[in-house]
Design a protein around this ligand. Sequence first.
Ligand SMILES: NC(=O)c1ccc[n+]([C@@H]2O[C@H](COP(=O)([O-])OP(=O)(O)OC[C@H]3O[C@@H](n4cnc5c(N)ncnc54)[C@H](O)[C@@H]3O)[C@@H](O)[C@H]2O)c1
Length: 276
Amino acid sequence: MTEFGNPFDLTGRVAIITGGAGLLGEQHARAIASAGGIPVLVDIQQQRASEKAAILSKEYGVEAIGCSADITKQAEIELLRAEIIARFGRLDILINNAANNPKMEADSEVNFSRLENFPLTQWDADIAVGLTGAFLCSKVFGSYMAGSAGGVIINIASDLALIAPDQRIYRQPGVPEHMQPVKPVTYSVVKSALLGLTRYLASYWAGNNVRVNAISPGGVYNEQPEDFVARLTNLIPLGRMAALDEYQGAILFLCSDASSYMTGANLVVDGGRSCW
Ligand SMILES: NC(=O)c1ccc[n+]([C@@H]2O[C@H](COP(=O)([O-])OP(=O)(O)OC[C@H]3O[C@@H](n4cnc5c(N)ncnc54)[C@H](O)[C@@H]3O)[C@@H](O)[C@H]2O)c1
């Protein structure tokens, strides 16, 4: 905690957000920009990332850029690091946010989300983005921070890092049992593993002024079908899904000096779902 001034202030700090073109990536970027930081939105969808960065830059009056990189490829991440350092001369924050969005519908005769049918190729692809991508970004960007002024890493986990998915909420009427949609196994595995990565990195770089924490968000309301929302909210003590901007406070807290004595922790922001 700084002795004087606002401990939430991020003026001039450069923050990489993977999956920055996505639904929550933009929200994380808003949290950074609102505190004066410089969001770098990294995504395989560069155009969307750049468009969002331009909007943020205008709205908040800060620098913001969109960059293209596939976080499953170390060479691309290293190139990105060189670009960022050349442009800003610093790197302060990494938010490991990118993930594959699991598909739960049936494809013709087979529902590939079900464990019995889950393809190894899909397992590899989901682990590659959600877990290996977080490892590679931490390795490349975190090592830089550890070797310079330090910094902050946040891993975006999920309430499903703490509890098993309640597959009953995904059921669809009239669909035979073997075709019922489920949350794929990779979601639980990736999110649980991110908590392990968080603790490992936090202790590994504790002496290098790099703090590493996780956030476990619950589901965000995004116009999901009414019956699904009803079944899910029934499992949440606060009785509703999160609004799109409701993780900004947690992001800002963990990115800034306001959380200066926190590392290796998992901040659960799930409307109470995992306490029930
Ligand atoms: N939306 C929710 O309700 C919710 C709830 C809990 C946790 N989360 C987690 O929050 C994070 C963001 O979720 P979201 O809803 O914004 O997802 P999203 O699908 O909208 O965004 C994910 C982004 O990651 C990008 N991406 C995918 N593969 C990539 C790669 N190889 N390299 C670079 N970028 C890549 C995609 O292009 C996309 O823009 C995820 O980790 C998700 O699991 C989301």
